[in-house]
Design a protein around this ligand. Structure first.
Ligand code: ADP
Ligand code: ZN
Ligand code: ZN
Length: 782
């Protein structure tokens, strides 16, 4: 009997999104398992694939055979494979794309495409290949050899190969292993001549170690031993030196002081008890104001889960995954914590992932994709700041980490804890309907009052001839804090705030030649960039339209704010934090440390400063432009504004000193700003729910956006109209189809974009219908 593997090949196309059968060659029988990646012949090339099942089959004559295994051990377990299938079905993605998304980037295969010479006798071919066995595709392309090679390919004299390049280079290091027993070491030391002090030092050091091995570099550093000392010990057979693959620990060398569980307050205890009492998959919504002690609840429930021999996943939004946050987990659980952070290099992330896979780490802390941590006995899944939009992946597969968490929790019968000071409307509505269990922490620890929020009407400032970005009030208050040696956080809300170049004389705005959107100004190099297609150009010195010299950068970037603030308060020491100043690795952390050490009075930054900051000396938070988001065509604009204002207000007065918040706005009467001022989540929730109901938006209706893009505008319109007509006939009467209309950005990279929006309550057929559409379209385009 032969073994047959069912393989999902890495060709993201509708037609091949199903398993293909391959014979497992005898020599790979022990290696190829469910979840192993393999290289298989597919058409006339070789591709990578995932083995999703193995069966015995009798007649296998006609089957192709697996070429090679890419892994020694499977990279996906049965649970993750099934999860992948579910996500693929839910998000209308290809299974292979989902599997890839579940793996750390370093494991994601990068193809090197090249030709292999099969016919050794052909001289011309040998010349083309310059005598080598293989020829790089790109090189062949550059040398214009492709037409000739195409003929050889057709005749079967060469073949195309796709080689998988693993980007994660495993790091190797020399390690020292103690061979001699402690007794023998003792004896040896006794017998050593007096001048062999270095040797004695090394031996003593080794005898004291609890671990059998340690890195050579560490040994040398700690004992100051020379290379020759080590070599002679090795010669005497007391130690052995080998090369080992070592995990890179990005937090290595940093000391985390062990932290002990705090005695919980009654509200905290109640929440913890409820979570720990969950006997099956149950989703909790932990609604607690900033500083109410949510994180301590996470820590203590994880401790209990570990006690039971199980594992925990903690998701934190990328921007709040600060060293401070990591430290809280590391100092409680030490080495058992793996951190999956996008700021790590691919290799580092791979190492952290391997720690989980090997069972060395029991707690995974990370951003969205950490939800795929390859644990096999999950005891709890925690999603902090559950309202954050970054939990939804914006590209295919468009999964939401919350849904994935709930799926995995069902599988393991464990609780999910969604924590937030400002829960998403969807989650709070589910808690109201008791789909989720609501847990409330209404007060801050130590009953600190929430900071007082003052809203300044910037229109008034303009009327009174104040043309700066700072209201008189805010400026006064900043000066006060500087005098008192307290600290200030200033937020510039960048979302919806374009920095563009405009001619002051004729109003000409620089736009991308490929996309219908204005170019964004980048101070570095004085260049204009398109954030959609990458087009770049220099800022012109004269307006291309009227020739005026008064064409310049318009809009307010953090850098400009910094400049005007320095003019207004020359003595202010400012730290600016935005994409420009945090580009290099570790920069984010360095800036925060400097601020923490009070090397500056003011921390000025974008959204990235709104979260996770917990410094005792911050007593004033200023929001320079609270409302820019409100003008975006997004039904969540009010919710996002409320969330941001609440979050950033939470940065002030977290410790002994009382805090104050100044919010500058051109729309101070807007309800999102009014409710944020009062710290009134419930009031906001109720108001916003009424607005959503009226507008037929989530959570009352589901939305599905169908968009079409094509270089040919007429074809794009035709297709979207066809789709919309088709759906009109297939969907129930209660569903609304809006559009078709041009998309918000109606052209990206020279492709015209049209869309229609479907609003529906129950539409059991919708998934199937959209799938049908996708299938028929992919057929059409071949
Ligand atoms: P949240 O996650 O809700 O913002 P934290 O868990 O960060 O709140 O708690 C805010 C502060 O209060 C932290 O400094 C934390 O150490 C402290 N804290 C939390 N729980 C307790 C407790 N039971 N007793 C004393 N201090 C606590
Ligand atoms: Zn002009
Ligand atoms: Zn563009």
């Amino acid at each position: 009997m032969n073994q047959v593997a069912k393989v999902i090949v890495d060709v993201p196309a509708r037609q091949v999104d199903r398993p293909f059968d391959y014979l497992i060659p005898t020599e790979l029988l022990e290696i190829v398992q469910v979840g192993t990646r393999v290289s298989v012949p597919f058409g006339n090339r070789k591709v990578q694939g995932f083995v999703v099942a193995i069966q015995s089959e009798a007649d296998t004559d006609k089957l192709k055979t697996i070429d090679a295994a890419m892994d020694i051990v499977p990279v996906l377990n049965q649970e993750l494979l099934e999860l992948g299938d579910w996500i693929a079905a839910e998000t209308l993605s290809f299974r292979v794309s989902v599997y890839q998304a579940m793996l750390p980037a370093a494991l994601r295969a990068k193809y090197e495409k090249y030709f292999i010479r099969l016919d050794e006798s052909d001289e011309e071919l040998e010349a083309l290949f310059e005598g080598a066995e293989t020829l790089d595709f790109k090189k062949a392309e550059q040398n214009e050899l492709l037409p000739a090679l195409k003929r050889y390919l057709h005749d079967g004299e060469i073949e195309i190969a796709y080689e998988v390049k693993n980007k994660a280079v495993k790091k190797k290091a020399k390690v020292v292993e103690r061979l001699a027993s402690v007794e023998r070491i003792d004896e040896t030391i006794q017998d050593l001549p007096k001048n062999a002090k270095a040797k004695a030092r090394v031996l003593l050091f080794l005898a004291e170690q609890t671990n059998a091995t340690l890195p050579l570099s560490e040994l040398r550093e700690k004992t100051k031993a020379s290379a020759s000392t080590i070599t002679s010990l090795e010669k005497e057979g007391l130690i052995r030196i080998t090369e080992q693959v070592v995990g890179r620990d990005p937090y290595k060398g940093r000391q985390f002081e062990q932290s002990e569980p705090l005695a919980l307050l009654p509200a905290q205890q109640k929440a913890l008890d409820a979570i720990l009492a969950a006997r099956s998959a149950e989703t909790f919504l932990l609604h607690g104001v900033t500083g109410s002690g949510k994180t301590e609840i996470y820590l203590q429930s994880i401790a209990e889960v570990l006690e039971q021999g199980k594992e925990a996943i903690v998701l934190v939004p990328e921007i709040s995954l600060t060293p401070q946050m990591v430290e809280r987990f590391k100092s409680r659980f030490g080495e058992e914590v793996a951190v999956l952070h996008s700021a790590l290099s691919h290799g580092e992330k791979y190492d952290e992932w391997r720690k989980i896979e090997r069972g060395e780490a029991k707690v995974a802390v990370g951003a969205r994709s950490a939800i795929f941590a390859p644990f096999e006995n999950i005891g709890i899944i925690i999603i902090d700041e559950e309202h954050e939009s970054s939990y939804k992946q914006e590209e295919n597969p468009r999964y939401h980490a919350r849904d994935v968490a709930i799926w995995r929790a069902k599988r393991y019968g464990c609780p999910v804890v969604l924590g937030s000071a400002t829960p998403s409307l969807e989650s709070f509505a589910r808690a109201q309907k008791e789909v989720y269990t609501l847990l409330e922490l209404p007060e801050r620890i130590n009953q600190q009052v929430l900071p007082k929020v003052e809203v300044v009407d910037m229109r008034e400032e303009l009327r009174s001839e104040n043309r700066t970005e700072f209201s008189v009030d805010l400026l006064e208050k900043i000066k006060e804090r500087i005098e008192r040696k307290e600290q200030v956080v200033l937020l510039l809300n960048k979302r919806g705030y374009a920095s563009f170049v405009m001619c002051r004389d004729c109003g000409f705005v620089m736009e991308c030649p490929n996309c219908d959107i204005s170019l964004t100004y980048h101070q570095a190099g004085n260049r204009m960039k398109c954030h959609y297609c990458g087009h770049e150009e220099q800022v012109p010195s004269n307006c291309p339209s009227c020739g005026s010299e008064h064409i310049r950068y318009f809009g307010t970037g953090t850098q400009k704010i910094e400049e005007s603030l320095t003019k207004l308060i020359p003595e202010a020491r400012i730290i600016r934090m935005d994409v420009d100043t945090t580009r290099t690795k570790g920069a984010h952390e360095k800036l925060l440390t400097r601020f923490k050490n009070q090397e500056a009075d003011i921390l000025l930054g974008t959204q990235m400063i709104a979260k996770g900051l917990d410094f005792p000396n911050i007593t004033l938070v200023g929001v320079l432009n609270a409302d820019t988001m409100l003008f975006l065509p997004d039904f969540r604009a009010a919710e996002r504004t409320f969330q941001l204002l609440t979050q950033v207000s939470g940065r002030a007065g977290r410790h002994e000193l009382p805090g104050e918040v100044v919010v500058q706005s051109y729309a101070p009467e807007h309800y999102s700003i009014r409710f944020a001022k009062e710290h009134d989540y419930l009031g906001f929730y109720q108001h916003e729910m009424r607005m959503r109901k009226r507008g037929a938006y989530p959570p009352f209706y589901y939305l599905t956006l169908i968009s079409v893009s094509d270089q040919n505008e007429r074809k794009a319109i035709q297709t979207i109209q066809e789709m919309s007509r088709y759906l009109q006939t297939k969907l129930t009467e209660k569903s609304l189809i809006l559009g078709p209309v041009p998309s918000t950005i109606s052209r990206i990279n020279n492709k015209y974009r049209y869309q229609c929006m479907i609003k529906y309550k129950v539409e059991p057929e919708l998934k199937k219908r959209t799938k049908d559409i996708a299938r028929s379209l992919s057929k059409r385009t071949g």
